[in-house]
Design a binder for this molecule. Structure first.
Ligand code: HEM
Length: 507
């Protein structure tokens, strides 16, 4: 009778006098040992192959690396700075680490940032960690890569470039005055307290809802905002889809947001078809997205309209609210800065009156707000609303003698760039005068850079300048706790109040 392989194996184990259960344990142990040896030698080969050529740094724990530390660090300004400064102290401004199983290289200012921005779209492409990608959807501008990104960006840019934003000036000005009348001047007392982040969030959200959807302030807008806050909180959370976790709540909020947007789109289409759309709605961005074809003559699909509305609504308030809240905070902490602002805005109003112009802001007025813009830039430097963004190397790259292999992630870090004392003297000091000189290119990166630089930059600048203009003309304020620590979730903000004094009459 022929002997089979199984018989041979059985007789081998028999000769070793092992029982069947022992056989399977022994087999498992041998297999595991072989795998371990293979893994150790392979990883040592890959480590040593380009040992001196990978950026310095440590991957930390297998798979998770610094994931938990990084997510926790994003909850507070101090924790984030400590996390990144520890790395820089140990490895230098260009370093590698591991996030959610992926090797990540943090680029150094200014060379690394320049390298990243100039090669974005060729050697690098946008990358979103898994929880962010799921919350963003598949078709918004911020997720698309390659030609699809370029085409959509050129299309959307028609509604966000300087010329388009100039057309929104009067409406933004009108809404700003209205907002202050409702949420600031509406208070009876000449002195009152409020939380800058709360009012800045409501202000920026209602501005962007008006610009995109012609949606006015009211209970509908406020409940919409609550869903957006839940959605935003899930962006940098642990991707655990279980009740009680931020990510779970964010996914639910996304579903509700999309239902509302779908309803809006359907209703707008009906109104346009029946000629019932209001004059305002006829020119808002939703109508433009539905009716203006891209350069290939194609209209956006409905799902693309939903995804892009969602991301524009979020980008339009999530970042600006933090920027504005932090600007109000820094002005409240620095009475000399407030005094210089008052002077600047008084002379703008005086000039307007001398010229017999209406009391409405113009783009010319905005360009005269030089000091105000320095104050905002300094706030954006110290408390950038966005800590950084990821990209993926889509080919092996070489930077400064170091190799970044294909598939690795790279990241620019606003915090490490903005706090680098080589480019910003006394980086912890709030000093708007440093902006009298332009910064070294690629060191101030609050709005990113390269082909994905913030598309809403012009709009954000306009609404922040308009807000500060009306605010300093009507109110004086100070922080109630000058030592308050800034929190991040992941947008920077303070939770305590400012003490506001109403100026009467307004100058
Ligand atoms: C102070 C306010 C703002 C800050 C600090 C800010 C910051 C940024 C940054 C850093 C990026 C680059 C992302 C990357 O590198 O991948 C970006 C992109 C973007 N921003 Fe802003 N942003 C602000 C306001 C706005 C506003 C008001 C809008 C819309 C109305 C907007 C819409 C966008 C969009 C759509 C992108 C994606 C562009 C693309 O992928 O091509 N942002 N923003």
């Amino acid at each position: 009778m022929a002997t089979t392989g199984t018989d041979l194996l059985a007789s081998f184990w028999h000769r070793l006098s092992l029982k069947p259960l022992e056989v399977s344990y022994t087999f498992l142990i041998i297999a595991a040992t072989i795998l371990l040896l293979l893994w150790t030698s392979a990883s040592s080969y890959f480590r040593t192959r380009g040992r001196d050529r990978f950026p310095p740094g440590s991957f930390g724990f297998p798979i998770i690396g610094d994931t938990v530390q990084f997510i926790l660090a994003n909850k507070s300004d101090v924790a984030y700075r400590i996390w990144i400064q520890k790395k820089i102290a140990k490895y230098g401004p260009l370093f590698k680490w591991r996030f959610q199983g992926m090797p990540v290289v943090v680029m150094d200012p200014p060379g690394g940032n320049k390298f990243l921005f100039q090669n974005d779209g060729t050697s690098f492409e946008i990358y979103w960690p898994v929880q962010m990608a799921t919350l963003l959807g598949s078709e918004p501008i911020s997720v698309l890569r390659g030609e699809r990104h370029k085409l959509l960006r050129r299309h959307l840019n028609r509604f966000f470039n300087h010329a388009a934003v100039s057309r929104y000036m009067e409406e933004v000005d009108r809404k700003t005055v209205q907002h202050l009348a409702r949420h600031w001047a509406g208070k009876e007392e000449p002195e009152f307290e409020l939380v800058p982040f709360d009012v800045a969030t409501l202000y920026t959200f209602s501005e962007i809802c008006n610009l995109l959807l012609s949606l006015d302030e009211g209970p509908e807008l406020e409940s919409f905002l609550k869903d957006f806050m839940k959605w935003q909180n899930g962006l940098l959370s642990l991707p655990i889809n279980l009740p009680g976790f931020s990510y779970y709540k964010a996914l639910k909020a996304r579903k509700r947001i999309l239902q509302i947007l779908e309803e809006y789109v359907k209703q707008r289409k009906r109104e346009l078809a029946e000629g019932r759309a209001s004059e305002r709605a006829k020119v808002d961005i939703l109508t433009n997205l539905l009716t203006v074809p891209d350069e290939n003559g194609n209209l956006l699909s409905d799902s693309s309209v939903y995804d892009n509305l969602l991301v524009l609504l979020f980008a339009g308030f999530g970042t600006s609210s933090g920027a504005l809240a932090m600007t109000i905070h820094f002005i409240g902490k620095n009475p000399d800065v407030y005094a210089q602002l008052v002077q600047e805005h008084k002379s703008i109003v005086d000039k307007r009156r001398e010229e017999g112009r209406e009391d409405v802001l113009t783009m010319e007025d905005l360009s005269a707000m030089k000091y105000t813009w320095r104050v905002i830039q300094e706030s954006l430097r110290l408390q950038p609303p966005v800590g950084g963004f990821f990209r993926e190397a889509i080919e092996d790259c070489e930077y400064n003698g170091y190799v970044v292999p294909k598939g690795w992630k790279v990241m620019y870090s606003t915090i490490s760039s903005h706090y680098d004392p080589r480019f910003f003297k006394d980086p912890m000091t709030f000093d708007p005068s440093r902006w009298e000189q332009p910064p070294v290119p690629f060191t101030f990166i609050s709005f990113g850079g390269g082909p994905r630089q913030c598309i809403g930059y012009e709009f954000a600048k306009m609404q922040m300048l308009a807000f500060i203009h009306h605010l300093v003309r009507r109110y004086r304020w100070s922080v109630t706790d000058p030592n308050e620590i800034v929190i991040r979730d992941p947008i920077p903000r303070t939770a305590k109040t400012i003490k506001v004094i109403k100026l009467t009459p307004s100058s």
